[in-house]
Design a protein around this ligand. Structure first.
Ligand code: PGA
Length: 251
């Protein structure tokens, strides 16, 4: 299989010290030839250029880290105080953008329709989309997981069309597993990933997110339909994150 893609979502966390520590930890693995992943780091926007600059200035390093943003606004540009456009991110060399994260849906009331518009804008500016979907605890308890996933995808596909899905990453993030320490079991995650794979039926990468850490990562990554991880809390710990990027996946 392809190398797993390990994506760090720093959320509203981090510092210049953390950038330095993450780069050092990943460089160490690189030197030991243990980097086994495609690495994408999504810090707050303010840190992206600093991060890029530091990677560029590394001596004798072939450390390959891509950078992503955690959100964009759905308009091209204009009077939208405090927002960041896809064009601006492309201009500074950003490769990826996380869209539809459950925290955006919950705290900023983002709807599937808005997320779909953001997907179109990201696509226009060649930002690779990491599209988050997932069910709540209540949905799962009421056996609605597959309905919710299906609806979230259909609502977006209705606006973007299916072809957009050829070249995105879908992140399955059960809301009950995010930041709670309650990771979905590898079997639970695999079941939903397989459902998504069958529905989308293209070579879309599907990554898992929700309390992924160095302890549970290998078991998750060894599942047939789990192509990588979206990591929140554990991505703020440099050594742990570097270890997660160094796992040898066998599936
Ligand atoms: P977590 O966050 O790893 O801290 O659960 C994952 C995410 O929200 O992307």
């Amino acid at each position: 299989m392809d190398k797993p893609v390990i994506i760090a979502n720093w959320k509203m966390n981090g510092s210049i010290d953390l950038i330095n520590n993450i780069i050092s930890a990943l460089e160490l693995k690189q030197a030991e030839q243990k980097n086994n992943s495609e690495i994408v780091i999504c810090p707050p926007n303010i840190y992206i250029s600093i991060f890029k600059h530091k990677i560029k200035n590394l001596n004798n390093s072939n450390l390959n880290i891509k950078l992503g943003s955690q959100n964009i606004y759905q308009e091209e540009d204009g009077a939208f105080t405090g927002e960041t456009s896809a064009r601006m991110l492309q201009e500074i060399g950003v490769d990826y953008v996380i869209l539809g994260h459950s925290e955006r849906r919950k705290y900023f009331q983002e709807s599937d329709q808005e997320i779909a518009k953001k997907c179109l804008m990201a696509n226009k500016y060649n930002l690779k989309i990491i599209l988050c979907i997932g069910e709540s605890k209540e949905d799962r308890e009421n056996n609605k997981t597959f309905d919710i996933i299906n609806n979230q995808l259909d609502n977006i596909i209705k606006i973007t069309g299916m072809s957009l899905f050829n070249n995105i990453i879908i992140a399955y993030e059960p809301v009950w597993a995010i930041g709670t320490g309650l990771t979905a079991s590898s079997a639970q995650a695999q079941e939903v990933h397989n459902f998504i794979r069958k529905k989308i039926a293209v070579s879309t990468k599907i990554v898992y997110g929700g309390s992924a850490n160095a302890k549970n990562a290998l078991d998750l990554l060894n599942q047939k339909d789990i192509d990588g991880l979206l990591v929140g809390g554990a991505s703020l710990k440099a050594t742990e994150f570097a270890n997660m990027c160094s796992l040898k996946v066998t599936n």
